[in-house]
Design a protein around this ligand. Sequence first.
Ligand code: UDX
Ligand code: ADP
Length: 475
Amino acid sequence: MLEAPPTIHSICCIGAGYVGGPTMAVIADRCPHIQVTVVDLNAERIAAWNDADLTRLPVYEPGLDAVVGRARGRNLHFTTEVDAAIAAADMVFLSVNTPTKTRGVGAGQASDLRWIEASARQVAAASQGHTIVVEKSTLPVRTAEAVKAILNGAQGSGGGKTFSVLSNPEFLAEGTAIQDLEGPDRVLIGGEDPAAIDALASVYGHWVAQERILRTNLWSSELSKLTANAFLAQRISSINSIAALCEATGADVREVGRAIGTDSRIGPKFLQAGPGFGGSCFQKDILNLVYLCRHYGLEEAAAYWESVVGLNTWQQQRIARLVVNSLFGTVSGKRLAVLGFAFKADTNDTREAPAIRICRDLIEEGAQLAIVDPKVDAAQIARDLEHSPVSADAAAGSRPLGADGSWLAAGSPIEAARGADAVLILTEWKDYRQIDWASIANVMRRPAWLFDARAVADAAAARAAGLNVWTVGEG
Ligand code: UDX
Ligand code: ADP
């Protein structure tokens, strides 16, 4: 007889980041009978999750404040008491960061699994009874093996601890996380223990139809996540390569995108040319795939996926170069307004944002950037650019030719544009679609340019206001 799946009463999630926070908030909202505790070592982050002012949550996502507002204090808790939360849990999600390694074996490609390992060890030490351990972070294939090995060590050491390990990758995209979590295309659960799989499926079953809950083996689940991200990123590199060709030939990439997107085999999504993909997942996951292919001796497969990242880097460098070339070959001492720093609209996340490389390249060329983003603060921009901002007063003083590049934080697009030779749009924030180009052009130095790397601005209005306009993918 098949064992009935364990009923889940208490969930612990290790990692209160962009994935763990919103995912657990939605689980708590949809399953009021399950106690959900999100833990993190970062006390500041936990304090922000507990902030009475819901506009100050550490992650900005449309709709997240309402979900947290409903569940927090009822069955959703944020705490730094990691061990107590693990001990009380029937199910523990590992949702810690897994960035690309910066040193040692596999540096620049493999994922750094030290946080996964540390959290698995913590689960091994603090858990009680049977615990279902769910990998939520994106992980290279066969990570579950390492997690299992660590947990098995604890299982053998007495105390009646037992574990089941599942892979349950998260497919939410930032900016639409709540929508994606509430109505996912699919939920993927990989594992070997049918009772544990059923237990997790029953959690999602509170709001996701059973036919959308896919079950696979552990390795297929882990690899599916990397593959989904690699395919999505590949579409962006493909359309960006065509954007460059459109610019050279007089075609328009949006017309091409519309024409190919109506082919039902291709589909219309993920065909927006832009400054290249950013975010914490795409590059990391492709590099992971490249590393795995090489590890298994599949050099051609590795080179194929590597070229998707190479094209993305080229697109960012191409845009910075194009700005310099248009401004008579030099931006030294020139003020450039940068609108948007987040890697996409509707998030405060800047990880791998194309703005970082483009701004760094321009600062390197001696430009004086005035950067504005509705959700990214100056401290984050300073960390990303590895440069402190200059004060607005200092920037208003003399600007000797050949001065070192610098940046300052501006409060609005018009403030950023004051005295600037060019405006660059790097994130597709909705507000940038409605900019009044006549007012902006009025405060700029002439000749003045608009470089719209997201194709969101009203180009006709900008041209009418006397600006030279470059739009990505427009020949
Ligand atoms: C991605 C995946 O979509 C998600 O399923 C996975 O869980 C995590 O990685 P995310 O990085 O949050 O999500 O955002 P996404 O919307 O995929 O955008 C990634 C990058 O691609 C952004 O920089 C975005 O601006 C860019 N992009 C996206 C384009 O340049 N053009 C497009 O057509 C779509
Ligand atoms: P993601 O986008 O995958 O959610 P983030 O970096 O936003 O990644 O979040 C991961 C979180 O995991 C961070 O807040 C980090 O402090 C936390 N974290 C990492 N290791 C541990 C650990 N061993 N115990 C508790 N929290 C951890």
